[in-house]
Design a protein around this ligand. Structure first.
Ligand SMILES: [Zn+2]
Length: 126
């Protein structure tokens, strides 16, 4: 499926600034929005209800998230600077997309979006 992710600059800014704030710890945010045909529109972020800042994405209890069909996926940060999902990341895939932001979290160039198979998906800013 040739899915395009459409998001707003304000969404990108909150992902980047939250990651900077929690660095060198990992940040985790829920991406909310809607699906339109082959497009996923992400228009907001939410701090997960169970987020304790000691959690990394790999220890985060995904099964305790509320069933909420506006959750398009999860964004998390890689303080190590790598822009690729780990095997654990793919095993913990939730929703339709996985967004990773890597240190130094400066711009959308430090962000990549992946599908369930770990393939990179293009994203556009509105
Ligand atoms: Zn990761």
């Amino acid at each position: 499926m040739d899915t395009a992710i459409i998001t707003e600059q304000s969404v990108i800014d909150s992902i980047l600034s939250y990651a900077r704030m929690l660095h060198p710890r990992e940040s985790i945010l829920l991406l909310t929005g809607k699906v339109e045909k082959h497009k996923i529109i992400v228009n907001d972020t939410q701090i997960p209800p169970l987020a304790t800042h000691g959690n990394t994405f790999s220890t985060f209890p995904l099964h305790m998230l509320p069933i909420d069909f506006s959750i398009m996926g999860i964004a998390h940060s890689h303080p190590s600077g790598t822009l690729h999902p780990s095997v654990t990341d793919l095993n913990k895939f939730y929703g339709r997309i996985m967004l990773i932001t890597a240190y130094p979290y400066k711009s959308e160039r430090n962000i990549a979006v992946f599908d369930r198979e770990g393939k990179k998906i293009q994203f556009k800013l509105l």
